[in-house]
Design a protein around this ligand. Structure first.
Ligand code: SF4
Ligand code: SF4
Length: 438
């Protein structure tokens, strides 16, 4: 079998086995949900409800007139208790609607579409936006914008990211196995929106069951195929996927549309199916809860707004052993300062990691071994970044194409001297963005 891949990358311990065979379990809706009014890249939302209002499941509770935005919906039926700042898993605190669940699970009236092929792209993009769909791989970019590329770019191929290359995570893998039919229908809806006929679904070779399932489902679908990818990190990076599957190179500082491609994640395709065919906005998502600090790792279907601590209590967390709580994967995920943060649309995983899993050794001087350069999937010079950041040489970092870095952390993972490469990169990028804004 031909395996597609890209140059560079690493192979960290997969640790997928902790949860990969666990079927998705429905996590009971909690008594109270905490729904942040920003769950996408872009403008924060304004609340559409006030304290004391009764809401239903799927009711829109926050929206914005800002171009780059996607609304949020209530994930339970009940009463709005408060609209206040609450711990937020992306950074600190966010304005959030706190709703008490009345246990009735009353839904808003469904606006399901009988035959999506009769709708125009514009109509379907409107449905995608109204249902709050964003990139569910973790990036949370509003999907209706991504599916509407600039008119001067000719798109010919849809690439579906089913790589799920981060260790521990199994949400996309389980979705393909358990909701394969819905997922493939979602892919077909996206093709209809883009007005194209070709889709390649990239799945890493370590997901044998998902590969077989999806290959069978697309066997009679013209133009949709599965590309089996080498198991390697960061195989799911957009530019890496496009190079691996189509042998096209997205130029520096450009988007996939530059080479005729739109990339979407597995979960996003399934969410588009739910929105169009079932009339269901994003009120829940599949995530993996894992790590050696968790007693029974699982894949769960969880309501948006459920606090991490409720999920961790249900699977059993070893507080003594757990050193770090992460949202997402261990390579690109976000460390959490409290377990009171809620599940948001971008929560692909909750990891409770022990010291043994974290590799925390002291940093030493660079020995110029070049390993970080050889693994960098973006052909950058990572060894320079920590050094330049130390001397605040932000302009010089730009000269080394810092903004092309996808923050995958491969360089830091491989470094024998444990240099704080990604820290320097993140600081440098923030400084450069600030300089460019002035
Ligand atoms: S420099 Fe950036 S893109 Fe390259 S390996 Fe390091 S984190 Fe990844
Ligand atoms: S891997 Fe680490 S020690 Fe080797 S060149 Fe890069 S920064 Fe230096």
């Amino acid at each position: 079998m031909k395996l597609f891949t890209f140059k560079g990358g690493i192979h960290p311990p997969e640790r997928k086995e902790l949860a990969e065979d666990k079927e998705i379990e429905v996590f009971a809706a909690p008594k109270v949900v905490y729904i942040p009014l920003i769950q996408h890249i872009g403008s924060p939302l304004d609340p559409l409800v006030k304290v004391g209002d009764e809401v239903k499941v799927g009711q829109k509770i926050g929206d914005s007139k800002g171009f780059m935005s996607a609304p949020v919906h209530s994930s339970v039926s009940g009463k709005v208790l408060k609209i206040v700042k609450h711990p937020f898993p992306v950074n600190g605190y966010a304005n959030s609607v706190i709703i008490e669940n009345n246990g009735e699970d009353e839904w808003i009236e469904s606006k399901a579409v009988d035959d999506y092929t009769k709708l125009s792209s514009e109509e379907l993009l409107g449905i995608v936006r109204e249902n709050g769909i964003v990139g569910l791989g973790g990036a949370t970019f509003p999907t209706h914008i991504k599916l509407n590329p600039p008119k001067d770019k000719v798109i010919d191929t849809l690439v579906i990211n089913g790589a799920e290359c981060e260790p521990y995570l199994n949400a996309d893998n389980r979705l393909m196995i358990e909701y394969g039919k819905e997922f493939v229908e979602g892919v077909k809806i996206i093709l209809h929106i883009l007005g194209i006929k070709k889709a390649v679904i990239g799945i890493e070779e370590n997901k044998e069951e998902a590969i077989e399932k999806i290959q069978n489902l697309v066997a009679n679908e013209d133009g949709i195929e599965v590309g089996v990818l080498k198991t390697k990190y960061p195989q799911g990076g957009e530019k890496q996927l496009i190079k691996a599957l189509l042998d096209r190179v997205v130029p520096s500082k450009k988007l996939p549309s530059e080479v005729g491609v739109v990339v979407q994640n597995v979960g996003t395709a399934k969410a588009i199916y739910d929105a169009v065919v079932k009339g269901k906005p994003i009120v829940e998502r599949v995530l993996t809860v894992s790590g050696l600090g968790v007693k029974t790792p699982k894949n769960l279907l969880v309501r948006i707004g459920t606090q991490f601590k409720e999920i961790l209590e249900s699977v059993g967390i070893d507080e003594e052993k757990t050193e770090k709580l992460i949202m997402g994967g261990p390579m690109m995920g976000l460390a959490q300062f409290t377990d009171e943060v809620p599940v948001i649309k971008g929560t692909s995983g909750i990891l409770a990691l022990t010291e043994k899993e974290m590799n925390s050794y002291e940093s030493r001087s660079c020995i110029s071994c070049g390993k970080c350069v050889s693994v960098c999937p973006m052909n950058l010079m990572p060894l320079m970044y920590a050094k330049l950041a130390r001397f605040k040489e932000w302009g010089e970092m730009d000269r080394y194409n810092l903004m092309d870095c996808i923050e995958c952390g491969s360089c830091q993972f491989i470094c024998p001297s444990n240099r704080p490469l990604t820290e320097g990169i993140k600081i440098g990028k923030a400084k450069l963005r600030g300089m460019k804004r002035k």
